[in-house]
Design a binder for this molecule. Structure first.
Ligand code: P6P
Length: 341
């Protein structure tokens, strides 16, 4: 039979999830269903983003989120879509969203999972047609099944994540996720409405020559960061900064590189949120052989103290993250030496 006449379309996300579920001997399918619920919401959000110029979903929504940031209409739409998909899917008892001040109780008292999500990151890029993304973390609840999700369920450190992922709405739309057994990427085929496995077992290069940083904040960067940026320039590295975390992270994951958002005068604890941005991408980075640090230590070991807390983020190729930490620690030693004298 000449099967070249009908080339296989590849492995759908659904089939991949079912196959991987067999890797979890006690899996009962709830996590698989939860991942499908997220993929469904991503398809819907993707459709609305792709029509943004044609329907009235661009521009500011007219109010601020808990972060004091101007919400874009698509921020609100994406938030509604993901919350609705997770609530209707039944597997999630509580949600932490960048767009919501407090924990969202879904009413699924028997739901075993918690999701922390940034429904649409980089939304200031929507009106200028630059790629944006969704970032999510999945935790198992620690409170008793049959009750409402609790703050304790939501305030788990990143090492307790059981899954994490992102969607990048770019030149193509991709969903990239891990359940702690490597990282796999799926590309969306809109004509079929399916995500297909396109990037199996993603591994990030140990090092690279790309650094991603908004140097507009340079004057208030920690000295160690300033010294690292000088090191990059002395070594002929390339600066690449899209201003959309998921896009910068995704490029660096594939090509090698480091993304740096340090503490600045405007953001003394960094800008990015620990629970639904830093931890999720840190899990993926580590599963792909990379690293994620706050400049002093591992992002995933940070103990959360509040839902929307921020953290400095240095993430990407392991040797590049190590080098940034080296410069940061050298400055600490220098300061300690000066203080001691
Ligand atoms: P700045 C978008 O608002 C975001 O959260 C990330 O996606 C992005 O990397 C960063 O903030 C951009 O921040 O201060 O460089 O505009």
């Amino acid at each position: 039979m000449n099967d070249k006449l009908a080339l296989p379309v590849g492995t759908t996300l659904d089939r991949f999830i079912m196959r991987k579920q067999e890797d979890f001997p006690f899996a009962t399918g709830e996590l698989s269903q939860l991942l499908r619920d997220i993929a469904l919401a991503a398809k819907i959000v993707n459709r609305e983003i792709n029509r943004a110029g044609l329907i009235d979903v661009t521009g500011a929504y007219g109010q601020q989120n808990v972060q004091g940031e101007e919400q874009q209409k698509l921020d609100v739409i994406a938030n509604i879509r993901f919350i609705r998909a997770l609530r209707n899917g039944g597997e999630v008892c509580a949600i932490i969203s960048e767009e919501e001040d407090e924990i969202i109780h879904t009413g699924n008292l028997k739901g075993k999972y918690i999701v922390a999500i940034d429904p649409l990151d980089g939304s200031s890029n929507i009106d200028v047609n630059v790629s944006i993304g969704t970032i999510f973390s999945i935790y198992r609840r620690v409170s008793e099944v049959g009750t409402e999700g609790t703050m304790e369920d939501c305030m788990q450190n990143g090492t307790h994540q059981i899954a994490a992922g992102y969607v990048v709405y770019g030149s193509s739309t991709m969903l990239v996720y891990t359940t702690g057994h490597g990282v796999n990427g799926f590309t969306y085929e809109p004509s079929l409405g399916e995500f297909f496995l396109s990037h199996p077992n993603m591994c990030t290069p140990k090092t690279g020559t790309i650094y991603s940083c908004n140097e507009g904040g340079y004057n208030s960067f920690p000295e160690g960061i300033k010294n690292y940026l000088s090191y990059c320039k002395e070594n002929g590295y390339s600066g690449r900064y899209i201003g959309s975390l998921v896009s910068d992270f995704h490029r660096n994951l594939i090509k090698g590189g480091v993304y740096i958002y340090p503490s600045t005068a405007k953001a003394p604890n960094g800008k990015l949120r620990l629970l639904y941005e830093c931890n999720a991408l840190a899990f993926i980075a580590e599963q792909a052989g990379g690293k994620a640090s706050n400049g002093k230590g591992r992002i995933m070991e940070m103990e959360p103290t509040e839902l929307h807390q921020r953290s400095p983020l240095i993430i990407g190729s392991a040797e590049m993250v190590d080098k940034v930490e080296e410069f940061m620690k050298a400055e600490v030693k220098k300061t300690e030496a000066v203080t001691a004298n």
